[in-house]
Design a protein around this ligand. Structure first.
Ligand code: SF4
Ligand code: SF4
Length: 443
């Protein structure tokens, strides 16, 4: 089986095997075995739902640290638009950009600028004839979900790179032209609200990633707050407008494209419902589906430090303010070829029971039979998310029927009855003794 990089991982010492994450995972990628969670790596889409739900903080995201900046001559920060909504309302994006410089970056390139370029490209792409609805390529957790659970819908994804990649490519080009640095002297770091972006950098959908690392928003947050208080922190001009910054929250993409019939869905479980509907042939009247795995969009990402509802109000106010500002610089126009995703997104057959179709059918029949025999309570006590998943695990050889506490109790009851029956049986040699006992009893 192919090895995948995953940002999401487990801290075994903190895990208590509570099964909260097992029930929440959208791809049934978690099991609890021997009192600890276990992530089935080919199923995991790095959505971070398990990070959000874990009461013991045992699920973590692997990200890069600020010390990695030392590996490059010239470093560039790529702030995700959602970063601006993490701070107090009186903290402007200009101050946040200045604070990023103050903590060690040599330059900044706003991802919101890349988002503006992508919005223009999307508008153009949607005016042409493609299968409807076209689906946004911006959220890597949604793309991985489709690879694993909805491979038949991959052709609906718009083959346009993400704002993060476009911004990284443009930032590199600028550093090369302005300062003459070679490619490996430049370090580009995305300030990320989610582990899915980390995975998208280490294991890109296109041929390569222009990004060298991802620094967690929640890790860098304290440093930025400290820097905002420092008198040495300057303000940098914000070059992007409401259209680009708005990408940080659900509905922002559609607002930036502004034409065509569109639908914005956020939250991974709602997205699954909508994708199922598209699989059944529905929603062909919709031109564009903006789908973000996190509720609220990237402002609700697992690594965003601020409460989602607070961040949403701040983002709304900022977008309103920016849209009222006249004379904002024009969006970047870029070569359409540079914006294209240069590799098709292929399925990841993680949920197949077997590569051999005949064997897979046999296994499926076995799964159905075992599922019918299980109690159907989906309690999760067996460490699998539901009875059907346990049946699959049994057929795959990863579990046993006795993992189900109801089946175990049933077996114990049968065993107990057998023991009682056996206790009344006597070896033939002792038959007369028994007769004598009975007679004495009668007398
Ligand atoms: S990151 Fe998402 S897909 Fe991966 S184990 Fe956690 S909840 Fe499941
Ligand atoms: S919605 Fe944004 S933060 Fe959440 S997984 Fe997708 S890209 Fe990451």
């Amino acid at each position: 089986m192919q090895k995948y990089f995953h940002s999401v991982r487990l801290d075994e010492d903190k895990c208590k095997g509570c099964t909260n994450c097992v029930k929440r995972c959208p791809t049934e990628a978690i099991r609890v075995r021997e009192g600890r969670a276990l992530i089935i790596e080919e199923r995991c889409i790095d959505c971070g739902e398990c990070i959000k739900i874990c009461p013991n903080r045992a699920k973590l995201a692997t990200t890069d640290g600020l010390e990695q900046l030392q590996n490059f001559h010239y470093t560039i920060a790529l702030p995700a638009p959602s970063l601006y909504a993490q701070f107090e309302p009186n903290t402007s994006p200009e101050q946040i950009l200045g604070a990023l410089l103050n903590i060690g970056f040599d330059d900044i390139f706003e991802v919101a600028l890349g988002a503006e370029a992508v919005s223009l490209a999307l508008r153009d792409y949607l005016s042409r004839d493609h299968p409807r609805p076209m689906i946004s390529s911006a959220c890597p957790a949604v793309l991985r979900l489709m690879q694993v659970r909805f491979p038949g819908l991959l052709q609906h994804i718009v083959p346009i790179e993400t704002p993060m990649e476009i911004s990284a490519g443009l930032a590199r080009e600028k550093a090369r032209q302005q300062h003459g640095f070679s490619d490996n002297q430049i370090g580009v770091f995305f300030i990320t609200p989610c582990p899915a972006k980390v995975t998208a950098i280490k294991q890109p959908f296109g041929e390569k990633s222009y990004v060298d690392g991802a620094i967690s928003m929640s890790v860098i947050y304290g440093e930025l707050l400290h820097s905002l208080d420092s008198p040495s922190t300057k303000q940098l001009p914000l070059l992007s407008g409401a259209r680009g910054v708005g990408w940080g929250k659900a509905g922002g993409e559609n607002h930036a494209i502004r034409c065509h019939s569109h639908l914005a869905v956020d939250g991974i479980h709602s997205i699954i419902n909508v994708l199922e509907e598209i699989e059944r042939g529905g929603l062909s009247d919709i031109d564009y589906l903006e789908a973000q795995a996190c509720t609220g969009g990237c402002i609700g990402g697992p690594l965003a430090p601020q409460n989602l509802f607070v961040a949403r109000v701040r983002m709304d106010n900022l977008v309103k303010k920016l849209s009222l500002q006249p004379d904002r610089p024009k969006s970047l126009s870029t070569d359409p070829e540079f914006l294209r995703l240069n590799k098709p997104i292929l399925p990841r057959p993680a949920l197949k029971l077997d590569q051999d179709i005949n064997r897979a059918i046999e296994m499926l029949e076995e799964v159905e039979k075992i599922t019918e025999d299980l109690p159907g309570l989906d309690c999760g006590s067996c460490g699998s998310p539901n009875c059907r998943a346990l049946a699959e695990d049994i057929v795959r050889g990863y579990a046993d029927t006795s993992f189900c506490i109801f089946k175990l109790r049933q077996r114990l009851q049968i065993l107990a009855r057998e023991i009682v029956d056996l206790s009344h049986k006597q070896p033939p040699a002792m038959g007369r003794e028994r007769e004598k006992e009975l007679k004495e009893g009668d007398a």
